[in-house]
Write a protein that binds this ligand. Sequence first.
Ligand code: HEC
Length: 161
Amino acid sequence: MFAGNLLKIAFLRGKHMKKILLVLTCIALQAVLVSQADAADPKKGRRIYNQYCISCHGSEGQGDGDRAKNEQLDPRPRVHANGDYMNMIPSMRFFRVIKFGGKAMNFSHIMPQWQHILSDEQIIDVIAHIRSLAIPAYDPKLVRGCMIPVPESERQGPIKR
Ligand code: HEC
């Protein structure tokens, strides 16, 4: 019993620590991103997106790429065009997910990691492109926070063919 409770506490702590670490890395990454955001090049970002991301996320960021459809990916690739959701999320969270993969945010491992393929600068460029896909348009004033959960409607089931 006692050991069980101890384990439970240790587990909760672990979860808690993970959250704190997430928030801290988010803050640390934000400093890097803010200093580099001006240099971001959405045109370069579009080329990277078209090469590596379009197959799942679709050309206009509708989450309807060929792989999303053919492989019936579930959860579906994020709809980058959904400004109502995307505009609330700080760029450093996208940076984290793109660099280290979906699992870095407890998202699906279907979202690959790109740290061995894309440089940090390229990731920043691709985020600038993703921002340009948002409807309504992205405005930094809309950003809310790192830990904003993904609405269930965004993750539900594979997309229809
Ligand atoms: C094999 C398919 C696949 C490819 C290729 C892919 N993604 Fe994803 N991506 C996903 C899926 C699936 C999710 C949703 C994960 C979830 O909700 O658990 C996702 C989620 C995301 C998110 C959401 C982060 C958030 O905080 O909501 C971003 C940003 C993203 N992808 C960017 C990219 C970029 C940039 C590329 C190309 C460099 C890329 N993805 C390539 C499948 C893919």
